[in-house]
Design a protein around this ligand. Sequence first.
Ligand code: GDP
Ligand code: MG
Length: 308
Amino acid sequence: MMDRSQAEAAAATRCGFVALIGAPNVGKSTLVNALVGSKVTIVSRKVQTTRALIRGIVIDNHAQVILVDTPGIFAPKRRLDRAMVSTAWSGAHDADLVCVLLDAKAGIDEAADSILAKAAGVDHDKVLVLNKIDLVPREKLLALTKGANERLHFAATFMVSALSGDGVDDLRRALSERVPPGPFHYPEDQMSDAPMRHLAAEITREKIFRQLHQELPYQSTVETDSWTERKDKSVRIEQTIYVERESQRKIVLGKGGATIKSIGAESRKEIADIVGAPVHLFLFVKVRENWGDDPNRYREMGLEFPRE
Ligand code: GDP
Ligand code: MG
């Protein structure tokens, strides 16, 4: 049983899920990193449960804000793409608060338009976040704010640059004020002790898509097979990239291994930045046939298996 002071402390805290919804490249990942701060907080696979999408946890102002970084929302064609999208939207429906991100430079383009239309159907408080304000003049921001608020009722609008950090403190504070009262969902030690493996796999996966955007849309997964800290404090990491077909394996490898080499170099650099130590990254590419139709793979990734 809680004693009185614990009960009082619990009563004074707030906690909630905040879904970040936005088109690919609006800056969701950058914003998560900016909100969380220098130390990227990740949550172990075990804690992830049904949402493989938790990207960061912020503690500010007696509130724990759990950021759910949704995969880019786009027009889904393949089954796995559809699963990503429907999971992203169900994440929004489950969340306590929805942040709709717009790229201030791109404005309300086709992708933003369809997101605003769908977000209208989400029955939660929504806040608008205009990102990349470093790239556009002020007049354009005001016009964009007006345009978006005419389309959809937002409880508040924030203008930020996830890259420079401009406006990020205000947004963090506002989110902390808007999540509902309640005890913290995740113990603080569990957050900081969480293994880096999942995040490292996500980073490699992101590099693959960045390099092979057209050729390999959401057809591959990455798993971290081993993570060994050496005496000299460097870390040896082995990861396997799973693809569906031999032809895709060839694409990931590239001519003379050039593509995988450059994916590995980018990923290694980013992981090393986060770990704060030299990283030796070894990547393998394997074909795992038909996994795109295997419900177990979807469950492991925290996705719902679409029936058609
Ligand atoms: P995501 O696909 O929504 O997760 O977007 P990312 O966070 O990966 O960002 C996509 C690109 O936009 C990257 O090149 C970022 O560096 C860039 N970016 C993100 N936020 C900002 C910003 O506030 N200003 C500028 N100029 N670039 C940004
Ligand atoms: Mg991202």
